[in-house]
Design a protein around this ligand. Structure first.
Ligand SMILES: *Cc1c(COP(=O)(O)O)cnc(C)c1O
Length: 368
């Protein structure tokens, strides 16, 4: 569904109720993840008869939702996750935002939702960052997390794609994703639950995938782990990904293995960027299936040196411990390894404007 849409102009309505500066700066001293929100939101509406319309940046506020709104019943909802960074030399930058715009539309197609022209997605994000530029924290490890999302808002209980949607972008200043900071995380290998099956929605960034992962994530917490890793749905054998992060393995011969995309894994932009950076370093990256049995055996034999998870929110997190019902094992002595550190530093260096952006991955927001 490609909506016919005339060029849209955003109606900018500054909030009369911005958080006072001293309160904002106080909150910046102790940033968590996803608990504090900026003053504004960007909103664009879509209806079958009007296409995309009513673009605005306005005070962040609740949406009035009819109880029969289709998202409440059939979960037609997708989202993106990206960050605005304040570089050391004071620029405001986005990292590969056009990749998020493109993936958003891939998710939209899978969920039978209207596509948002990429330029409109990018403008909504940029307009919100302009309105809330003072919400980009500058401290190392912090950023303004941006959450574009779209949900079905038609008042209708019949089962078919909604004829009305709301697209929105909100922003949240964030610190490190994991409480332990850069410490390696522990992972629980889910036995009873899978995340995505062939033909399902695993490659779409939809809320429903997360809803389905939460019971497994809760089990991981109960086992004393930070995160859950899922195996494939068909054979319960192949490592797929975490609830919201892709996974990489660093071998003793210097090569890297990561599970291949193929419909059941979310095509992460961090994943794609790290593969590119590793290959430029001359590292062989194999996108190939890797089984949990191999993982266990390679950790025991020393063939596996490091493992890490990656995504926009947590960036790169070393996996130190892996637990499963029959036991547990450590990777790299439970420490963050040198390849993990080097790749993370290379990526973060680009994102924060500290190293040359040879790939043109940064979108600099002029005058912000
Ligand atoms: C968003 C997400 C990722 C990471 O994608 P990035 O583009 O790197 O942030 C990985 N897995 C899942 C399931 C996700 O939803």
């Amino acid at each position: 569904m490609q909506a016919e849409t005339a060029p849209l102009t955003f109606d900018i309505k500054p909030s009369a109720n911005c958080l006072p500066e001293q309160d904002r700066l106080k909150a910046f001293e102790n940033l968590g993840f996803g608990t504090l929100f900026s003053d504004h939101m960007a909103v664009i509406r879509w209806s079958a008869d009007k296409g995309w319309h009513a673009a605005e940046v306005t005070a962040r506020a609740p949406f009035p939702i009819d109880p029969a709104s289709s998202v409440m019943h059939y979960a037609q909802e997708i989202f993106e996750g990206m960050k605005a960074y304040r570089t050391a030399d004071g620029r405001a930058v986005l990292f590969r935002p056009e990749e998020n715009a493109r993936r958003f539309n891939e998710s939209a197609r899978r969920m039978a939702m209207p596509e948002l022209p990429e330029a409109l997605f990018l403008e909504a994000v940029e307009q919100l960052v302009r309105a809330d530029a003072k919400w980009i924290p500058a401290a190392e490890g912090s950023s303004l997390y941006l959450r574009p999302f779209m949900f079905a808002s038609e008042t209708f209980l019949g089962v078919r794609p909604s004829k009305e949607y709301i697209f929105c972008v909100i922003a949240s200043p964030v610190g490190p994703y994991f409480k332990g900071g850069a410490k390696p995380v522990s992972i629980w290998v889910s036995q009873d639950y899978t995340r995505a099956a062939s033909g399902g929605t695993g490659a779409a960034k939809c809320g429903g995938n997360y809803a389905a992962s939460l019971v497994a994530q809760a089990e991981a917490y109960a086992k004393g782990c930070d995160q859950v890793v899922f195996l494939d749905a068909a054979e319960h054998k192949w490592v797929e990904e975490l609830g919201g992060m892709n996974v990489f393995f660093v071998m003793a011969d210097g090569s890297i293995v990561t599970p291949p995309l193929g419909g059941t894994i979310l095509p992460g932009i961090t994943r794609k960027s790290l593969i590119a950076l590793a290959r430029e370093e001359g590292i062989t990256v194999d996108e190939k299936p890797y089984s949990f049995d191999e993982w266990k055996a390679d950790a025991a034999s020393g063939r596996l040196k490091e493992a890490f998870a990656c995504g926009t929110a947590a960036v790169v997190a070393a996996i130190g411990t892996v637990k499963y019902p029959q036991g547990e094992f450590q990777i790299g002595g439970g420490e963050t390894g040198p390849v993990t550190t080097r790749l993370r530093d290379a990526l973060v260096g680009i994102q924060r404007g500290q190293t040359d952006d040879a790939h043109g991955w940064l979108k600099v927001l002029e005058g912000v």
